[in-house]
Ligand binder design. Sequence first.
Ligand SMILES: [Zn+2]
Ligand SMILES: [Zn+2]
Length: 222
Amino acid sequence: MRTCDLHIHTSFSKDGESTVEEVLAQAARVGLDAVAITDHDTVEGARYALSLAGPVTVIPGVEVSTRQGHLIVLGVTDPIPPGMDFVQTVAVARGMGGVLILPHPYHQWRHGVALKVTSAISLVDAVESFNSRYITGSANRRAAREAYRADKPCVGGSDAHNGRYVGFGRTLVDTDGPDAASILAAIRAGKTRAEGHMTPLRTYTRQSLKGAVRRIKTRVRL
Ligand SMILES: [Zn+2]
Ligand SMILES: [Zn+2]
C-alpha cells in the first residue's frame, strides 16, 4: 500500500506559496510515499521535481484550466493548452497517455466541471472525492456518491498551495511498486481509497483575500 497526495501546487503555480523542494521535504516528513505535482497550466514544476532525487516518488502532472473548469492529468510532462473545451482537453490528454482525475467536481467557486458537464465523471479515470480545501464536506460527499454510481475510483488530494498542507488529502493506492508507473496503473485499476482532513478554514480564506487584494491592487494588512 502506498500513501500518495495526488494534488499539490508549488511556486510554479501563480498562487503557489512553497518551492518544489519545500513540498518534497514536507512530503517526506509526513510519511508520504508519492506526490503528484499538479501546478495550474504548467508542467514545469513537475519536470523540476522529477529532476530532484529523493525518498518520495514524484508523479508528474498538471491541473489544466478547461473552459468549464479544472482537470488533473497525471503521468505527463508535456504541456496541455488551457482554455479548451473540457471534452477536447480530455481527448488531448488521452492522446498523451495521461491518467485523468476530476478534481473538486462539485465545487461552485473552484471550477468544478461536473456542475457544467454532466458526462464529466464518465470521461475520467478517477474522481477526487476528498479535497482538503472544501469549506464543508458536502461537495466531497457528492463527488464520492457520483463516483460510486459511475463505478469510478476515488482519490484524495490536499490541493495544497502551501507546503505545510501537503498530505492533508491522501490516496491509499494498493500497489507494491514504488514507481509512478505502478501507482498510475493501480489508480486506473481502481485500487484506491481516499482519506484526509480539512485545511483550516482561515488558510484559504486568507489566500482568497490575498488574491482579491492583488486583483484590486489595494494595500491591506491581512
Ligand atoms: Zn482546481
Ligand atoms: Zn488545485
